[in-house]
Design a protein around this ligand. Sequence first.
Ligand code: ZN
Length: 503
Amino acid sequence: MTKKNLYVTTAIPYANAKPHIGNAMDYLLADIWSRHKQQLGYTARFQAGTDEHGNKIAAKAQEAGMEPQAYVDEMHVNFKRLLQAVGAGSTDFVRTTDIHHKAAVQYIWQKLQPYLYKGIYEGWYCQGCESFVADKEASDNNGICPDHNQPYQRLSEENYYFKLSAFTDKIRDAFEHRRIRIVPEFRQKELMKLLESGLQDISFTRPVKSLSWGVPVPDDTSHVMYVWMDALSNYLTVLGYPDNLDWQNYWPADVQVIGKDILRFHAAIWPAMLIALDLPLPKVLLVHGFVTVNGAKMSKTIGNVIDPFEIIEEYGQDAFRYFFSRHIPSWEDGDFTWEKFEAAYNGELANDLGNLVSRIAKMVQTYQAGVVGDVSSAEHDIQAYIDNMEALNFAAALDEAWSSVRSLNQYLEDVKPWMIAKNRDTDQEAKLHLEEVLTHSVGSLLQIADLIYPFMPQIAEAIRITFKDGVVSSEIPILFPKKDLHPAAPTVTNTEPALPAVD
Ligand SMILES: [Zn+2]
């Protein structure tokens, strides 16, 4: 039986920095999926949120001269703004400082008791990552965190451990029997390889003296919950787990969207927690890659960080959605440059699609006084599009939609309705042929609007409105006005100064 209430989640970012393109990718992919399902008659509950505990947040708050709570109250709003800017319709926004979340995490802690034990952690730790580092990783990196350029600290502290090692076989079994699946497949292979050597128990707490800003461990005031216990639980607590029974209508999640850097936590710790809680596993983990800029990793030091808000302000929401869902592969790393972005905007959006819409609308206006006629007949084969959407390969699905755009442009070039139109007043056959051509064109455009709706909801709606009720509105919209904000650098062939003219 198919579950009627669908549920899609996004990773909850630390609320200590401005939202970045990776957060936008999470929101975008989850939103494309949920709009696609909505077209099929489902409604998907859509979770987003912020991770608001931890030392990094406490430190940033102190820098700003604020209490941590006041600091995250201010910071989390940036992520709500990003959701809105991207056009993602989040229905639930969870903050790990929510009273309900904290109480629910403490409840989960109690339920996990059979798998928690106290032990001494003796090993490496990166303060910047706020994470424990395995001996092998520490020696591979010569004792220095590559992300923070800081030597790892040696730690010896008493913590509560989660018996993750006890779940290796069960997790492997769940993946083998596809009770949980990782998309793309090669990521699942990576994980299976990791499971071969067996999972290690992990710290689920830190002493209060090392970490004060977090959810207190019930019945032990000397410990605070460590990030994974607190943060991973959000996918359940946001649904009202455990006290609001509505969570049962949504769990297990149908799709959990994550970046590749947090795969291990979501594919090992999280399923283990769920098995320990006797809850079903999420059906699919959709793992996307990173976005580089001009082939380089984004970094504040290099100063090449791109701001999703800036792109959206300059080119519009749907242009942003288009580029990041088509030109950044859904499953792998992708590259951004302003030049590539603007070329896609002017070439594909303004020329291929925008011109197509206004051209067809104008012909209907000019040749047929704005009346389209019956357009129900255009039905192209869209199986490849559907297959890719269902496989969560959104970039490939949008490629398919774009081949419809291209073939409609080609059709017009081949048939030349403007030539047929020359004889429409004298030749009845020409008049009928022209009607047929325009009806077919509008029908195809409306189908294209359906195909691009999950990717570009506003543009899809503008196309529908343009041809609403078989009549072209008098105002034909310019869907993507040409932009010249980031032109490609001119190709320099000769840098020699020109010789002065000889007279
Ligand atoms: Zn680090």
